[in-house]
Every structure is written in structure tokens, then in C-alpha cells.
Design a protein around this ligand. Structure first.
Ligand SMILES: Nc1nc2c(ncn2[C@@H]2O[C@H](COP(=O)(O)OP(=O)(O)O)[C@@H](O)[C@H]2O)c(=O)[nH]1
Ligand SMILES: [Mg+2]
Length: 456
């Protein structure tokens, strides 16, 4: 009986009976409905229905063809912008977004014009967006404006070294190497001052003592008179201290998966966002995973980074099991071919045992998909905490195998010297450093540049 009724309905649908088609849709047979409707593209009413279904199902390319070949009136202005974007008509999409006129659409238009290598148009849109954007969101639009202006050559690009210099400003002000080694008389006062400054920059008292002792010996050995004669030797000593800390972020052919750990506030989510941007800029397909499900604000924060970086996001509701979010993400990455997966996690240390369990579970899920993953497990450490971060870091290190450190907030810290004890005591290389809150303020760690910029 049921079967007979179903096929009867389908027969009606096949004849173009709108109600019968709608009933198919209601029963979840959208694909069948679409199949039938495709025979009735000439009928305006059924065409409208077909268009709706295409949009609901994310079949943008088909929707695009309907709009282009049958009826431009099918799509709202916003839908047009979206459809063009999805089918890769970037400039057309930008034009549609620009017409919409609200700040978010203008920002989007600007980003797309930039992609389409139309920076003049991008500038026009971003300037309009700046006039409309609420204060809270202003920074992201300003960032875009800066990029557009860089593209047009209106402002100079901030170089790798400029950024690093900015990042080490506070530490540099504490150590004052430029004054200490500017040809001062070599005497005990000089060494004591140097030792005290190194300790204030958080290199640790043992290392501070070692470094000054070595300088004393060198001065006697070579009968040196002024401190400038010690500069090169001191740079060499300092470099030796951290030379084993330098290492490049690994990538896995096919797909790289990065797992982020660290206490609350250390900068995990921000680093995920910055790294996402680096990879999307390289043209890679990137997936962010909202593994910090403890607070909904944490999920929203990652969502904003996904938008800013142009990455995709897998998230679930607040309180969801992080392992299930990661599972879903890994499945999606396989299905949709993401080349980079960045997994954010929670870092509530006061619940140590559950945290450790949760992290291990997360790692095991990743391994289930591919035993050689994660490509890197990165421990995020806040440089403003300095050496005091080492104890906490050990808890994470015991939980899972950590392959690299990300040292964040160097720009906000006078304790940049802590990189020495952090890397030495943990025995893990520093792969990345954070030198600001902006999307491009993440760098690989390079010993030589790091040491040089402390003297600039
Ligand atoms: N100045 C500066 N701030 C940073 C840096 N990295 C992160 N932050 C800030 O640190 C705060 C906490 O970062 P968040 O990513 O939310 O930390 P999480 O709790 O570990 O995810 C935010 O206000 C970030 O903007 C950095 O390299 N420099
Ligand atoms: Mg976070």
C-alpha cells in the first residue's frame, strides 16, 4: 500500500506536479526532486524551486548555470555574490559584494578584488568599509587596508627583520647590549652589569654567570681594553646557547596535521589563526578544528580567525567531546582534500588529569587516520611568563610527545632571554615565534637573526 502510494506520488512529480515534488523534498528525497525538476527548467515556477534546492544543497555551479542561462532574477544580490565566488568568478563576485554596500560585504569585495589582482578596486572597497565598520571589528579591516596598500606600493612592506626587531623591542631595552658593548672600558662593573641584565631578561642565573665568565676569560686571554672588542665573541656565545633550538616547521606530503597544546591564554588560538593565514596564502586548503569546546567564546574566536584567514572550520556546540570534533574534522579533511589541518585545544590546567586524558584521546584519533600524524605537536608558551612557564610545560610534555615550541608574545615581553632555559630544559626546539597580535606576526625562529636584533 505504502509503496503504491509512493510511486503514485512520484509519478505525479514526474509530470511536474509541484505539490508532489514538494512532498518528495519534505521526505528528504531532495536528489530525486532535483532530478525531476531539471526536466522543467522552462517552467518559471519549477525553475525557481530547482534554484532553491541547488542553493540548499550547495550545488553552486548548477545554480550558476540557471542564473546565467535562464533567469538572472532567480538570485538575490547576495546570492549572486556567493555563487560567483563559489564558481571562481572572483572579479564578478567582488563586484556583487561591493554593490551590497555593508562593511562586511565591502571587506569581502576588497579581499576578492585583491585576489583578482585588482588592487585599485580593492582599495576603494576597503576604504568604504573603514567608514562603516564598528570599532570592535576595525582592526581586521585595517589589516586588510594595509595589505591592499602594500600591494599598491603605497606603504612599505614590513620585512621579516622589521617584525623581529619590533618583537624584541622590550627585551632589547632591558639588555641594552648596544650601550654595554659600545666601546665601554672593560672592568668588573661592566661584567656585573651585563650579568644583572641577562638575569632580568630571564636567561637564567646559571647561563648569565657562564656567559659573563667566558667574556672575562676572553678579555684576559686577548688583553682587550674596550667592550666593543667583545661583541662578536659574545654574539657567538649567545648563538651557541640557542643554536640547538632552531628548527623548521615540518610538513607532511599530502596532508599536514598540527596539534596545539598549552595553558589558557598562551596564544594557541591566535597562533592557529596566523598559521592558517600563512598556509592559505600559499594557496593551500586549510581546515581549522575547534577542539576547545569548553567555552562558546573560544569557538567563536576560532570562527573569526577562519574568516580572516580564509580557512574552513569544523566546530560543534559548547561542551561537545573534543575528540568527536577532531574525528569529524579528520573525516572531512580526507573527503574534501584539505592539505593542512590545525587543531586548537583547551588548556585548563587546574583539571590536570582530565586534560591529559583529553589530549591523549585527541592525539589517538589523529593517529587512527594516519599513524605518522600529527605532523607536529606544538606547545604554545607565553614569553611574558618567561622561565616560570617551564613547570607547566612539563605537564603537557608528559601527556603527549611534543615536537616543537611556539613562543608567543615576544613583543609584549622583556623576558625574551627565557628562550634559552625554555628550549634547553624542555629539550624541544622552537619552531615559531609570535611577535604581535596581527595575522602576519608569526615567524620561524632563526638564531642568527634573533641574536643580531638584540644588538640593533
Ligand atoms: N602581543 C601579542 N599578543 C598575542 C600574541 N599571541 C597571542 N596574543 C594574545 O594573547 C591573548 C590570548 O591568546 P589566545 O590565542 O586566545 O590564547 P589561548 O587561550 O591559548 O587560545 C589574545 O589577546 C591574543 O591576542 C603575540 O604574539 N603577541
Ligand atoms: Mg583558545
Amino acid at each position: 500500500m505504502l509503496f503504491w502510494r509512493k510511486s503514485q506520488e512520484e509519478k505525479l512529480a514526474e509530470q511536474g506536479d509541484k505539490n508532489a515534488i514538494l512532498s518528495l523534498v519534505e521526505k528528504g528525497k531532495k536528489d530525486r526532486a532535483i532530478q525531476i525538476l531539471e526536466n522543467f527548467k522552462e517552467n518559471p515556477e519549477l525553475r525557481g524551486l530547482l534554484y532553491r534546492l541547488y542553493m540548499e544543497e550547495g550545488k553552486y555551479y548548477y545554480a550558476y548555470q540557471l542564473v546565467e542561462h535562464y533567469d538572472p532574477g532567480l538570485a538575490t544580490a547576495k546570492e549572486k555574490a556567493l555563487i560567483y565566488e563559489k564558481v571562481g568568478e572572483i572579479e564578478k563576485s567582488a563586484q556583487e559584494y561591493a554593490k551590497l554596500g555593508d562593511w562586511e560585504s565591502l571587506k569581502k569585495a576588497s579581499t576578492l578584488f585583491l585576489q583578482a589582482k585588482r588592487p585599485e578596486k580593492a582599495l576603494e572597497c576597503v576604504e568604504r568599509a573603514l567608514k562603516l565598520v564598528p570599532a570592535l571589528k576595525r582592526q581586521e579591516v585595517e589589516e586588510l587596508a594595509r595589505r591592499v596598500k602594500e600591494e599598491l606600493g603605497l606603504v612599505e612592506r614590513e620585512s621579516f627583520l622589521d617584525k623581529l626587531r619590533r618583537g624584541l623591542k622590550k627585551t632589547r631595552e632591558v639588555v641594552e647590549f648596544n650601550l654595554l658593548f659600545a666601546g665601554r672600558k672593560i672592568d668588573e662593573e661592566l661584567f656585573e652589569e651585563l650579568e644583572e641584565k641577562l638575569i632580568r631578561a630571564d636567561v637564567g642565573s646559571k647561563t648569565a654567570l657562564y656567559l659573563t665568565q667566558e667574556l672575562r676569560k676572553e678579555a684576559i686571554r686577548k688583553n682587550l681594553k674596550t667592550s666593543d672588542q667583545l661583541v662578536e665573541y659574545f654574539k657567538k656565545l649567545l648563538s651557541e646557547q640557542i643554536s640547538s633550538c632552531e628548527a623548521t616547521l615540518k610538513e607532511t606530503e599530502g596532508r599536514s596535521v598540527y596539534l596545539f597544546l598549552g595553558v589558557n591564554g598562551s596564544g594557541k588560538t591566535t597562533t592557529v589563526g596566523k598559521l592558517a593565514y600563512k598556509f592559505t596564502k600559499e594557496g593551500k586548503k586549510v581546515l581549522l578544528v575547534a577542539g576547545d569546546t569548553f567555552r562558546s567564546a573560544a569557538i567563536e574566536q576560532l570562527e573569526v580567525w577562519a574568516q580572516r584567514s580564509g580557512a574552513e572550520l569544523v566546530k560543534k556546540h559548547e561542551g561537545a567531546d573534543p575528540a568527536s570534533v577532531v574525528y569529524e574534522a579528520m573525516q572531512r579533511a580526507e573527503r574534501e582534500g584539505h592539505q593542512v589541518v590545525l587543531v586548537d585545544t583547551a588548556g585548563r590546567l587546574h583539571t590536570k588529569e582530565p586534560l591529559v586524558r583529553e589530549l591523549r584521546k585527541t592525539r589517538d584519533i589523529i593517529k587512527k587516520f594516519s599513524p605518522e600524524q600529527p605532523t607536529e605537536t606544538l606547545l604554545v608558551i607565553d614569553a611574558t611568563v618567561g622561565q616560570n612557564s617551564i613547570q607547566q610545560a612539563k605537564i603537557f610534555k608528559e601527556a603527549v610527545e611534543v615536537t616543537g615550541i611556539v613562543l608567543t608574545k615576544l613583543d609584549g615581553s622583556a623576558k625574551g632571554g627565557a628562550i634559552v632555559p625554555i628550549c634547553k630544559e624542555l629539550g624541544i626546539p622552537v619552531k615559531l615565534i609570535g611577535v604581535g597580535e596581527g595575522i602576519e606576526d608569526l615567524q620561524p625562529f632563526r638564531v642568527q637573526a634573533f641574536v643580531e636584533e638584540l644588538f640593533s
